[in-house]
Design a protein around this ligand. Sequence first.
Ligand SMILES: [Fe+2]
Length: 451
Amino acid sequence: MNELVKHSGLTVADDGNAISKGYMPGWANDFETEALPGALPLGMNSPQRCNYGLYGEQLSGTAFTANPPERTWCYRIRPSVKHSHRYEKIDLPYWKSAPCIDPDVISLGQYRWDPVEHTDKPLTWVTGMRTMTTAGDVNTQVGMASHVYLVNTSMVDDYFFSADSELLVVPQEGRLRFATELGIIDVEPKEIAIIPRGLVYRVEVLEGPCRGFVCENYGQKFELPGRGPIGANCMANPRDFKAPVAAYEDREVPSTVTMKWCGQFHVTKINQSPLDVVAWHGNYAPYKYDLRAYCPVGAILFDHPDPSIFTVLTAPSGHPGTANIDFVLFRERWMVMEDTFRPPWYHKNIMSELMGNIYGQYDAKPQGFVPGGMSLHNMMLPHGPDKEAFEKASNANLGPDKLDNTMSFMFETRFPQHLTGFAAKEAPLQDDYIDCWTDIEKKFDGTPGKK
Ligand SMILES: [Fe+2]
């Protein structure tokens, strides 16, 4: 076993290269890639005539004057106007957008769900999306939604894009392929994908059925968090994010494109694959990231920091330090703190916390929070370890202890999250979750020194 495998679980590619074939490393790099030699113009963006008869087109992911601007120049078989015709509205009743406040649903509470079960019904990336919570307002590009996806069927001559949002995809079961305008990304559990706003793609099932979680970010793009005194290394390192190399399709066949726009879904019919970008350059791209590359930083003597120390990506809001969304990872790590209650402490939080379990056991909840399951601790709702976790951690003989076989995450937002009707009435909600704190005893009797 080489050192890389030993420490992170990462493996090198089959050909022995540290850089996976088909991907380019580096978060927010200014990439350039071409599927045919000479397809990319040299030294300029918009030549009078592009090589191969391609059309030049810019995809802007930020305002032109953002600092830095994020945009990608595409050199494609047809301009995107040929991949967009008249739109018809369609209904996707399980994919909700904020504001979505169901008068019959109480969002004020601590909630936990078992995994949403697969069904025999064919479900694609678009029809298999099940919204659990929404926050903010999609029309003002503020807030987010959390979803579970259940996908067992590949999209065929069928494409999708969201003008509303960037999607952070967290697989929990099965393997998916995102065939995008800018290239191909394959993901499986322990990896994530980030699909930017406006990018057209098709999702195929490589190994199914597939289940996972999605954070739909209506706001500013995800970025790497500021590291402050931590310095240049550890946490999520920029080199571990991978953008795809250019890959195109020249296929003329009746096709459909579904577009999410202001919380509504629209479909347009075209006569070819829209994935026809032969070459591109720029810094607005999809990524994949292996969560096993995340190098956690934590406590090494006593106490422990807030969970923000485990932030992988953050999507800022207008208030510095107050995220529209933080994506936080709780993975394997050593616990060495002396004379310390090591699990997460009891707390109330102005931010609302949506958690999901990718695999293993979470230390604050040894039972009930299972792989594929989720929990929600909404704005200012108290929560913390259950009785079993409290007693165990309070009475343990503390020594170096490895939390192994554990990977959970949190979508934390500054906004309250509202449950959808699906989350409250159809998904496997654990009615007795709140009872996990019932057995916590009063220990105080006024005796000094009692512990
Ligand atoms: Fe919490």
